[in-house]
Design a binder for this molecule. Structure first.
Ligand SMILES: NC(=O)c1ccc[n+]([C@@H]2O[C@H](COP(=O)([O-])OP(=O)(O)OC[C@H]3O[C@@H](n4cnc5c(N)ncnc54)[C@H](OP(=O)(O)O)[C@@H]3O)[C@@H](O)[C@H]2O)c1
Length: 266
């Protein structure tokens, strides 16, 4: 069970998405939410209007039992200095900041228990993706209670794997959008009208993703269903999955490059 009230420090792009997800899924009652943000945007205001405490007096901070930290990585030490000694001794910290290690957070927040989460902004609709890591079970439980209702979650056994998870699911949406753009461009090259190429590329991606979701089948099984021997799909796949220089190698190189950059930024 999530220890309440829940406080969020930083309600920007990601913090606002988490708030929205929690609101639309009714995971946390607004009266149990405390929001700190320098310039509150629409989502913080919306939660505030429903009863969340938005930028309250300093003594309210001592009520928070779970604290999400969602400011930019360069701003977290200032947050720890400003708020660390105002929190309860047993408050659990859940950081969604890229590249900030749990040991550094725990030290800066007065040895409190810390979880690290790498979510996507898709949490706003309750359909995000989130990778969770915590050394202590209490902190992991807090992260699960927040993110399981708004995301598909995985629990990482090692904090170092956050870079791999970031490279796959954090950066992943951009790879998928790049594929949509490439399929559209290829449709144009093949002679389709621009509007038709656009519609066909996007709708194909969305409909295939939907089938992957609802069928529960493995990608290879779904490929078999549409690629008959000697047919058009098989001809295309021969290029796409060419041994040693196809999509598998390209995506692996893409993910490893993103993982390397994530390590550098950390
Ligand atoms: N965006 C994503 O897709 C994504 C994905 C995964 C992880 N993350 C991580 O999430 C964190 C936040 O990223 P973001 O994109 O949401 O950044 P953002 O849009 O800039 O949001 C940060 C928010 O925190 C506020 N803030 C800054 N210092 C504060 C303080 N001392 N007290 C209260 N509020 C403060 C900012 O207010 P001002 O704007 O007024 O300064 C802003 O509203 C980052 O650490 C990032 O690594 C983001």
């Amino acid at each position: 069970m999530l220890a309440l009230p829940l406080m969020i420090i930083g309600a920007g792009a990601l913090g606002g998405s988490i708030l929205k997800g929690l609101r639309v899924t009714t995971t946390v009652d607004p009266s149990d939410v405390i929001i700190l943000d320098l310039h509150p945007q629409a989502e913080a205001q919306a939660y505030g209007e429903l009863g969340a405490r938005l930028n309250p007096e300093a003594d309210v901070l001592a009520e928070a039992r779970t604290v999400i930290v969602a400011v930019k990585p360069q701003g977290w030490r200032a947050v720890a200095e400003a708020f660390g000694d105002k929190l309860r001794a047993d408050a659990v910290i859940v950081s969604v900041m890229a590249g900030v290690r749990t040991t550094d957070l725990s030290a800066a927040f007065g040895a409190r228990k810390v979880a690290r989460v790498m979510p996507t902004t898709g949490v706003a609709t309750g359909k995000g993706v989130a990778s969770l890591y915590a050394a202590e079970s209490e902190a992991l439980e807090a992260a699960k209670c927040i993110f399981e209702p708004i995301a598909s979650t995985v629990v990482l056994g090692d904090e170092g794997l956050i870079d791999a998870a970031t490279a796959v699911s954090g950066s992943g949406p951009a790879y998928v959008y790049a594929f949509a753009a490439a399929l559209e461009a290829a449709g144009l090259e093949a002679g389709l009208e621009a509007d038709d190429a656009r519609v066909l590329a996007r709708a194909t991606l969305i409909s295939a993703a939907n089938l992957l979701d609802i069928s529960g089948e493995e990608p290879e099984a779904l490929i078999k269903k549409v690629a008959s021997p000697g047919g058009t799909t098989e001809a295309g796949l021969k290029f796409l999955r060419a041994e040693g220089q196809g999509l598998n190698e390209l995506i692996t190189a893409t993910v490893l490059a993103a993982q390397k950059r994530s390590r550098e930024l950390g």
